[in-house]
Design a protein around this ligand. Structure first.
Ligand code: AMP
Length: 400
């Protein structure tokens, strides 16, 4: 059974085709600059070195999906004889509010429910829905499945997700903590249990998804009980360009001082803050570390803020779970940044966390990086959100 996975942004679309008989990736690609000048499609067939690149005007998401379907059936670079080989399409959808705690088969009722969630994710849900509409139009008989970033976090108890603001804002507008990166936290926590050979029901796990966007989750007995992102993905840790948690009163203060409105300040918190804002150099941890090596004090401060934030959540979640069995690092920084992992785990021995500095010298592959005498297993696990989407899609499509 072959599954097409679609991750649709406002001007870009990423896709993969997986054969679920053995969970192997057959092809992947990206369509970028949709609706803009210079749009292109880049397609890669696994085990074929050269890429298929098509530089053509791609006016909208339907044209983008048409391009993807053509690439997938290309005589040289394709992996399908015809589209009937695709058993189902799995769509990444960012926000399902409180409506779905699991992936679902998309029908008109689901689409209507997701339309209602646009308010909660105005930047993300509309392009996700455009991708679904385009696929439905071009593949009307193929089942479409939605897999949500928020779903895994729906197990949080009310005390974790409730903000201490007038309760009517929750009941009227759905203002609460939702959490994001759910497919990643789910994947790496399940993988951690597998690597340790322990039932996930018997584990307390903290997963650190540290990429350009970053979040930490507390996972007890396989269920998320808390996560650092909030009502939007702006909350929690300082990130590449996002501020993470700040005193909310800062927003009106900056607005008054700089002659901006609240929306403009929030845009600064989203796009010009975090590592970029503090360092004044870059949102990329590689650039930050290069600058630190050259003696740049603000770059060092930015990294120290980030490390402080991650340690803060680790400590909080150990308290929430009354202990910890496994600490997992994933995503761009978590998988590749040896130095940042070292700084995060430094001097946590009293909490049972002891990093092995030699084993830690590894990038981008599964590894146990804790010392033998560490009570807590520290694991490096490359995330695979597409595989989670493909698995859920496969499971639901099989039952149709
Ligand atoms: P992601 O959002 O998961 O794709 O992560 C992207 C981020 O990972 C980049 O912006 C970098 O900050 C970081 N990153 C990727 N490779 C490395 C590396 N070798 N060392 C440090 N940071 C890295």
């Amino acid at each position: 059974m072959k599954i097409l996975v679609i991750n649709c942004g406002s001007s870009s679309l990423k896709y993969q085709v997986l054969d679920m008989a053995n969970e192997t990736l057959l092809a992947k690609g990206v369509v970028d600059r949709i609706g803009l000048d210079g749009s292109y499609l880049k397609h890669e067939k696994v085990n074929v070195d050269d890429k298929y690149v098509l530089e053509i005007p791609i006016a909208d998401h339907t044209a983008a999906i048409e391009g993807v379907l053509a690439a997938l059936q290309d005589p040289v670079y394709g992996v399908l004889k015809n589209m009937d080989e695709i058993a189902a399409v799995g769509h990444r959808v960012v926000h399902a509010g409180e409506k779905y705690s699991k992936s679902v088969v998309i029908d008109d009722a689901v689409l209507a429910a997701l339309e209602e969630c646009i308010d909660l994710a105005p930047l993300h849900n509309p392009p996700n829905l455009m991708g679904i509409a385009a696929c439905r139009a071009l593949m009307p008989t193929v089942p479409m499945i939605a897999v949500f970033d928020t779903a895994f976090h729906q197990t949080m108890p009310p005390e974790s997700y409730t903000y201490a603001i007038p309760y009517e804002y929750y009941t009227k507008y759905g203002i609460r903590r939702y959490g994001f990166h759910g497919t990643s936290h789910k994947y790496v926590s399940e993988r951690a249990a597998y690597m340790l050979g322990v039932n996930i029901e018997d584990l307390k796990i903290i997963t650190c998804h540290l990429g350009n966007g970053a979040s930490v989750s507390a996972i007890k007995r396989g269920k998320c009980i808390d996560t650092s992102m909030g009502f939007t993905p702006l909350a929690g840790l300082a990130m590449g360009t996002r501020s993470g948690d700040i005193d909310p009163a800062i927003i009106s203060f900056i607005a008054a001082k700089e002659g901006l409105n609240a929306e403009e300040v929030v845009s600064i918190l989203n796009k010009k803050s975090g590592m970029l804002g503090v360092s004044g150099i870059s949102s990329d941890f590689r650039d930050i570390e290069e600058a630190i090596a050259e003696g740049n004090a603000r770059a060092e401060l930015a990294l120290n803020v980030f490390v402080h934030n991650v340690r803060f959540y680790i400590g909080a979640y150990i308290a929430e779970m009354n202990g910890l069995d496994a600490l997992v690092f994933t995503a761009g920084v978590g998988e590749n940044d040896v130095n940042t992992r070292d700084l995060i785990c430094n001097d946590l021995g009293n909490l049972g966390i002891k990093l092995d500095l030699i084993k830690n010298k590894v990038r981008g592959k599964e590894a146990v990086i804790s010392r033998d005498d560490s009570k807590v297993a520290i694991l490096l696990i490359p995330t695979n959100e597409e595989l989670v989407i493909a698995r859920d899609t496969y499971m639901l499509a099989k039952e149709l």
